[in-house]
Ligand binder design. Structure first.
Ligand code: FAD
Length: 510
């Protein structure tokens, strides 16, 4: 199934998909072997490197395959099926790739990109700290300039591939100035290499999953690095970090897609061979439904991820889609694991089949590279800024059908003089249309016209007389208005607000 290509893929991308999936099929057993040995899969990582896959997203002039976001996704999706290898590959490939492409000097690109592409040395991304998780801007690791060197002090944690990596792309605080902090100009990014005095591996976490990939704490104690290891301008670390986020979220999602495919395969295999009540369990509608759900999720996750990759390759910044891809796919994987365990009963819970591992990996997916809550926060924030979500949508009362209709027509109050009586009428009329909602000052102005300041002054005098209620923003400005019950009474007679369906009997009205 993962060999299915999309019509917008280039011939080169189709070819790499075939090649990398074949590579994964051939090496699947080794991945399992290293899982059971509980050993970092160096031989497999070296094989991945030899195939050049670490260079999937790197331009050819720097030794890469130049396959863009789509090609990187294809490789991540396939290698993700090799569990730890996929995660190491993804982190190493993402350890500053987009950041380097956009912010590094030509000299830095010449030095680091061929090394990243070759996969000879692994890389790690170091954002998270003991006191800075989702709030990544709160890093406390410091970098202080001394001559041509920077002195790094602090700690990082949850770093995937710590210890086994040689290259650490870190973010450190370079300013204590409050206004810099406010403008996110307090962080700078650097590359720190393994082996420098004062740079230590502090701890390797025992985790719920990522079984044979080290998840680590790092300690920096007066680590000296040359200024040439600074990526981007001083104070621009936040921009550097953000530069790669869409790509990173997408790849963090894509690395899990292929895993769902393998779970589907396992379920077909298993349920055809497990007999209960004299029938193989794949004949039970419940089991079929579960497998169908996984197939749907696999296909939806896949098409969504590659659509997002195409947007990136077309030069767009699909902020919302990258977050959706990361959020949905990691949830899909967790669900896939849970469904597989359920469909396999006790066997699903043993480590002898891959199902339980997927539950654990999927749960990690919902936290690593930005939690699902943070993805949803991003989706809301960015979607709320889109013009399509801010277009005026007004309901206008239509007397003929005696109901509110979504309408582009002018309000019946348009052009009336701005005074207390008319403004109150506009607001009270809105009670008839939207009985539970407030109006924004712009809604009121759209209905009646006139100057904003005159309308605001009228709001204040109506509020003082307790004819309208307001909701104010942090600066104390009126953000929303609604008529009070007193205001409703004053604006229109009681009958104005009444509404009964045609079937309702007069004798039951009062
Ligand atoms: C296996 C693994 C590998 C990792 N690899 C790396 C790595 O290589 N490099 C690296 O730098 N980091 C890495 N991380 C760190 C990872 O990115 C963070 O764990 C993640 O961003 C969440 O931070 P936190 O764990 O500190 O949780 P917190 O930020 O403390 O969050 C705790 C809870 O609060 C919620 N929350 C926080 N803020 C908000 C908010 N504003 N609105 C709503 N809910 C909120 C979160 O969603 C979460 O549910 C890794 C983590 C794991 C588990």
């Amino acid at each position: 199934m993962s060999d299915e290509t999309f019509f917008w893929w280039t011939e080169e991308q189709k070819a790499i998909s075939k090649k990398v999936n074949q590579f994964v099929d051939e090496n699947f057993e080794d991945a399992e072997y290293f899982f059971w040995k509980q050993e970092f899969p160096w031989p497999l990582v070296k094989k991945v490197a030899a195939e050049g896959y670490f260079g999937a997203g790197i331009p050819k002039e720097y030794g890469g395959l130049e396959l863009g976001a789509t090609g990187s996704c294809i490789v991540a999706e396939a290698l993700g099926r090799l569990y730890s290898v996929g995660h190491v590959f993804v982190v190493s490939m993402l350890a500053g790739l987009e950041q380097m492409l956009r912010y590094a000097t030509e000299e830095q690109k010449q030095k680091w990109l061929p090394q990243m592409a070759s996969g000879d040395q692994l890389g790690a991304v170091c954002i998270t700290e003991p006191y800075a998780g989702s709030d990544a801007a709160n890093v406390m690791t410091t970098a202080v300039k001394e001559g041509d060197e920077w002195i790094i002090n602090g700690k990082k944690r949850y770093i995937t591939g710590g210890g086994v990596s040689d290259r650490y792309f870190i973010y450190a605080k370079t300013s204590e100035d409050k206004s810099d902090r406010k403008q996110y100009s307090h962080i700078t990014s650097f590359i720190v290499e393994k082996g420098l005095p004062g740079f230590h591996l502090e701890r390797v976490n025992p985790l719920i999953g990522f079984d044979n990939v080290p998840n680590t704490y790092l300690s920096f104690n007066n680590v000296r690095i040359p200024d040439e290891n600074r990526v981007g301008a001083v104070g621009k670390g936040w921009n550097v970090m953000m530069a790669g986020l869409n790509f990173e979220r997408l790849i963090a999602g894509a690395v899990y897609v292929g895993v769902i495919k393998d779970i589907i395969k396992l379920l077909f295999y298993y349920t055809k061979r497990r007999v209960q009540f004299r029938r193989s369990t794949n004949q039970f509608p419940g089991v079929q439904n579960q497998i169908s759900e996984l197939i749907a999720k696999y296909r939806m996750g896949r098409v969504f991820a590659y659509n997002c990759a195409k947007q990136l390759d077309d030069g767009q910044e699909p902020m919302i889609n990258a977050s959706i891809a990361k959020w949905f796919i990691s949830e899909y994987v967790r669900d896939a694991g849970l469904l597989a365990v359920q469909a396999m009963g006790g066997d699903g819970l043993t480590k002898f089949y891959g199902a339980e591992r997927i539950v654990r990996e999927g749960k990690i997916g919902e936290i690593v590279a930005g939690t699902s809550e943070i993805q949803k926060m991003i989706i809301y924030r960015f979607a709320s800024m889109l013009p399509e979500n801010n277009e005026p949508m007004r309901l206008r009362w239509n007397d003929e059908v005696n109901a509110p209709l979504v309408s582009k027509k002018e309000s019946q109050f348009k052009g009336l003089e701005i005074n207390e009586e008319n403004i109150l009428k506009v607001i009270a009329h809105d009670y008839k249309v939207n009985p539970g909602l407030y109006m924004t000052p712009d809604d009121v102005r759209q209905d009646i016209g006139g100057s904003r300041s005159a309308i605001r002054k009228t709001f204040e005098s109506l509020e003082e007389k307790k004819l309208i209620a307001t909701n104010r923003d942090r600066d104390g400005k009126i953000a929303l208005v609604k008529a009070t019950y007193e205001g409703l009474k004053k604006a229109f007679p009681e009958d104005y607000y009444r509404w009964y369906p045609a079937w309702y009997k007069d004798e039951d009205k009062f």
